[in-house]
Write a protein that binds this ligand. Structure first.
Ligand SMILES: Cc1cc2nc3c(=O)[nH]c(=O)nc-3n(C[C@H](O)[C@H](O)[C@H](O)COP(=O)(O)OP(=O)(O)OC[C@H]3O[C@@H](n4cnc5c(N)ncnc54)[C@H](O)[C@@H]3O)c2cc1C
Length: 443
């Protein structure tokens, strides 16, 4: 049996961040990863010069964000793309109304002003909501207080429902009223023309990462852990556990003895979402010029309502849309052709016969991935925002849970993964560590 100072479970951004900092501090560290690749939910498709991020794409705000500093220090190329957080405006967006006409600049301005005005009322409704209140209830409470005419209220309502779906991959009726509290962006957003998973490659450089090691059990005492995998056992003084919430809840990943009650309760307040990406590559560009995104309002946009123009990343006309929440659940068993046809039909509702046949379609399937079981975690009604941080409370100095769902301020992001891995390393070493250490070579 192999013995280490720390066993890190999961070679996503949180696990690799913790492992790198611990290894730099002189610890004997091993990273156990179930898949045949590193990166977890950062995973870039690369073929024939085409790069597409199947998992995370955006840094949602680069100001005062250590992730932005780390990727810059690694020399990773970024491109500004500030529509990744379902903003109503701020960058050019082509809106199409329920009857198909493109909204002029004044109409877009009025709509965006409505959203901003509504958000202030919504914040008050969220503050006043019961602990088991839902985001949908808060939306309705806020709308009732505004007494807008039916159409005006409906446009705002549908935008808010789509926000819940695109930001958290969940229908607003299943999301805690406070579930989008963290939805604040500081500075521009950026994406990665060469793929976000270069971050994991950089972090893993020099580390002892064992791929295709599926962890099934962690036996722990105050003296240490024995981690069981399908390729043998690993002993260490402690474990950093970074597997997604879906894996922690699955029953295929067991703690013996079970986690303390407060950790178990925190986990039960989260759920993995339903959120998939659909990339369409076309021979010609048939949509509006110089817009970051295209949005369809009304019933026609019930499922496919937002398309993001990624053409600037490599010059090939490319649109990205999402199956998010109810549409992801509904289309989960569909073939790629069925999904593509459905998206193209919606696009024809906007652009008619101009819509070309895509020469390439890429669709993700995170819902059926046994090592993520969804794309990221959301807060169920009844969960508290602090439950994220609570989950990361070290257990007897032996178990350290990290990962996107353990960071209250900005959960469900790569930033959260990085910060949570950094916090786990600090907790283990008992001292503060600069993020800058991550980009130094391992000795
Ligand atoms: C479609 C999609 C879009 C997203 N968009 C964005 C975005 O634009 N911006 C953003 O900031 N974030 C986004 N995210 C979220 C972001 O990708 C995650 O928050 C982040 O990558 C999570 O990192 P992590 O280290 O916490 O978990 P993971 O990356 O999931 O790492 C955990 C690792 O544990 C491994 N593992 C699981 N089970 C076992 C086991 N039994 N034994 C051993 N190993 C195991 C997994 O294989 C994985 O490698 C998106 C995610 C998805 C899927």
């Amino acid at each position: 049996m192999q013995v280490f100072d720390t066993v890190v479970i999961g070679a996503g951004v949180s696990g690799l961040t913790a492992a790198r900092l611990l290894a730099q501090a002189g610890q004997r560290v091993v990273v156990l990863e179930a898949r045949d690749r590193i990166g977890g939910r950062t995973w870039s498709h690369r073929a024939d010069g085409y790069v597409a991020d199947r998992g995370a794409s955006w840094i949602h705000g680069i100001d005062d964000n250590p992730l932005a500093d780390v990727v810059s220090a690694f020399g990773m190329r970024t491109a500004e793309f500030t529509v990744g957080s379902y903003q109503p405006d701020g960058r050019p967006i082509a809106y199409y109304g329920p009857t198909g006409e493109r909204l002029d600049d004044d109409a877009v301005q009025r709509f965006a002003d409505d959203i901003r005005h509504f958000d202030e009322h919504l914040a008050a409704a969220v503050d006043a909501s019961e602990s088991h209140g839902t985001y949908q209830e808060a939306i309705e409470t806020a709308l009732a207080g505004l007494a807008w005419d039916v159409d005006r209220a409906e446009r705002v309502r549908e935008f808010l429902l789509h926000r819940s779906e695109e930001q958290y991959g969940v229908w607003a009726g299943d999301l805690a009223a406070r579930g989008l509290d963290d939805d604040v962006i500081f500075g521009d957003e950026v994406v990665f023309p060469d793929g976000f998973d270069e971050l994991a490659e950089n972090l893993a450089d020099g580390l002892d990462v064992r791929l295709e090691h599926v962890v099934t059990r962690i036996a722990w005492t105050p003296d240490g852990v024995t981690v069981s995998t399908d390729q043998g056992e690993f002993m260490a003084a402690r474990a950093t556990v970074t597997v997604p919430i879906g894996v922690l809840k699955s029953g295929d990943f067991v703690f013996e003895p079970p986690l303390p009650e407060k950790h178990a309760r925190a986990i039960s307040g989260f759920e993995m979402n339903n959120f998939e990406k659909v990339f369409l590559r076309f021979p010609t560009k048939f949509w509006d010029d110089e817009v970051y995104a295209i949005r369809q309002q009304g019933e026609a946009g019930k499922w496919w309502h937002s398309w993001y123009d990624l053409t600037a990343l490599d010059g090939v006309p490319t649109l990205l849309t999402f199956a998010a929440g109810p549409s992801a659940i509904e289309t989960r068993s569909w073939s790629a052709d069925q999904i593509a046809d459905s998206v193209l039909e919606a696009l024809r509702g906007v652009y008619g016969d101009q819509v070309d046949v895509p020469h390439q379609v890429l669709i993700t399937n995170w819902q059926d991935d046994p090592y993520s079981r969804g794309s990221y975690a959301y807060m169920k009604p009844g969960a508290g925002a602090d439950d994220h941080d609570l989950l990361a409370t070290p257990i007897e100095g032996v178990l350290h849970i990290a990962g996107e769902a353990t960071w209250t301020e900005d959960p469900a992001t790569v930033t959260a993964a990085l910060r949570s891995g950094h916090r786990a390393a600090q907790n283990i070493l008992g001292r503060e560590l600069p993020f800058g250490a991550l980009t130094e070579a391992l000795t």
